[in-house]
Design a protein around this ligand. Sequence first.
Ligand SMILES: Nc1ncnc2c1ncn2[C@@H]1O[C@H](COP(=O)(O)OP(=O)(O)OP(=O)(O)O)[C@@H](O)[C@H]1O
Length: 301
Amino acid sequence: MSVLEVKGIKKTFGTQEVLKGLDFSLPEQSVLGFIGQNGAGKTTFMKLIVGLLASDEGTISVCGEKVQYGNTKTNRLIGYLPDVPEFYGYMTAYGYLTLCGEVTGLTGIEIKEKATELLKLVGLENNKKKIKTYSRGMKQRLGIAQALLNEPKLLICDEPTSALDPLGRKEILEILHRVKKQTTVIFSTHILSDVEKICDHIVLLHEGTIKLSMTLAEMEARFSFNQLLVEFNQSLSTADYESIFEGLRVTNKGETYLVQHDELTEIQTKLYTRFINQGIFPKKIEVYQPSLEDIFTEVVQ
Ligand SMILES: Nc1ncnc2c1ncn2[C@@H]1O[C@H](COP(=O)(O)OP(=O)(O)OP(=O)(O)O)[C@@H](O)[C@H]1O
């Protein structure tokens, strides 16, 4: 069964059509990278899933149950980490999770077990400091622990890495990757390299519509671009360039050349023969795998 099923979702603010009919579904134990530029409608969509906003049209189901605006029933299946999580700064992480557990209705023993397990998961198990002394990264990690307290089927994280330094981002990504065994994760971001690191599905939102919705493997197959990347230690002289690439479709940036091919082996044979004949050898030659950033640019242009 799909953890999340989205059908024909539309949302307008005044005259601005922010979401123009979204359709996709998400299987269990996956990490979805929900990507889009600033203002694409990512937060709006996430608020629709947790029933904080009403859609104009369409339905969202979580584990087969329809989300209804103003009714928090489906939220027992969801953990939500907003982009800027708020805490009581005077509390410790353990104290805060204890409070959240009490509000959720867990027993004392359950709270102790869960809080200990989750603080370990997010690397805060030995931290006795008050939350007000925490870095942004530590607050995000505590936010993930809190969102996982009710063992959700779906964990929604709104731009959890955007404001963090590289180390903080790495820690969050590692946690989300680990969490995938227990829950499906939706992770909104505009940092494409983060998506490449941990997501197995992507949905690309642009101008209110979904431009791409597929697994990362499907995306790699679809956007191979049929190019070979050839890199030299230094950029080639005009004469060397002509002797190596004559008659081929090539674009280049500095020492890196991208050679378009219809038939890979034919182009490889041609190039290797020329390298040997000319005595000019590349530092690197490989089938070019476009980055998510390349694909994003290609799709939204
Ligand atoms: N409550 C609201 N009232 C009016 N307009 C809104 C409201 N919430 C969002 N918008 C508008 O909807 C559009 C999408 O906003 P949203 O916050 O969902 O985008 P986002 O993809 O999350 O952006 P970012 O990456 O910058 O957080 C924006 O143009 C925003 O100004």
